[in-house]
Design a protein around this ligand. Sequence first.
Ligand code: V47
Length: 391
Amino acid sequence: MAVLDTLDTLAPIREKVLAGERLDFDDGVALMETDDLLALGDLADLARRQRIAASVAGQAGDARREDRGAEGAARVGDEVYFVQNINLYQTNVCRVKCKFCAFAKTRKQEDAFTLTDDEFVEDAVAQHALHGFTEIHTVNGENPHVDLEYYAGLLRKLKEALPDVHLKFYTASEIHHMSRLEGCSHEEVLRTLRDAGLDSMPGGGAEIFADRVRALIAPGKEHPDEWFDVHDTAHKLGITTQCTMLYGHVETYEERVDHLLRLREQQDSTGGFLSFIPLAFHPENTVFERRGFRFTTGADDLKVIAVSRLLLDNVPHVKAYWIMMGLPLAQVALHFGADDVQGTVVREKIFQAAGASAGTEQKVAELVRFVRDAGRIPVQRDSLYNEIRRW
Ligand code: V47
């Protein structure tokens, strides 16, 4: 009987997915509440394949598919993407004091840093010679002791030194912070940074949009309307961005679903999100560790990946970020709706500070092996999802 009950809960949602119908808030909550993890994964995998089939059919991909012959066509939808990238940080000094964060410091703390542009560029060039990455991913603390030129000046120097490297810099929270520092609009900040060399933006700072949760975990952070305004403006300026959700702390299932649907609504309007990255809360060295909070479970991580794929029907890619969930679970997540593992990720610091156990930096060969062993086709991409190499 228990099995029949479980099937009944997901059956109407499965019918909607098969019919290509959009899922609503109640569907999202039902999916979050289900204990039938395998059925959920199966449904999300179906949604992932449907999305890809639809986009391939609508693009020149049709021709590519024919080129690869019958075998290639059968495997469309099995691609898993990664980028060769490095995470570099300008400053960890932060005014906000989010309770989930173990990365931020005050200026006087011993391990606080604020690099000059020369220090940053010199390091980036040396690392590029070693690793040959195609993307630099940079997020920072909200440092109140610098100005907009601190950021724009760095981008200019970096672009000059590494013209072929994609600069994915600054979360919406940082852009909002810069606009407050400088007394100007989000649009003015984004135009300045874009002219200086900014290519796209990461998705951090979203946390959970619900006021109740934000007040508990990040009371000093900007209102979600500001986060959305930055992304809205970026998309209208032609700057693509990512989006995230930080889960596994004090939020309810309803608040997760509300968060995902707000992202979906934004995407309906401007279409500039390239990917969604669920970020599992890491409690070590945070206020919440002292309150007894624990790491998320694998079951919850898989559930969030799957429900995200199902609800965010208009966001092209869902990432199983291996730094966050570890390589073995990320492989399973590739069967729960995810189609991207982020990248080689040299020098990650935010999750390491909060107790990530997967370490940082994977070699390309290792990512390729890991994707293949999950039964998928490894595709090295650039930051805008253009294919660099199919392994
Ligand atoms: O906004 C901070 C999160 C974000 C913790 O765009 C934490 O590809 C869990 O922007 N436990 C910053 N999460 C990182 C970020 C990011 C990360 C990965 C991929 C992308 C992308 C962007 O990290 C913050 C916050 O949401 N975060 N501390 C923590 N203890």
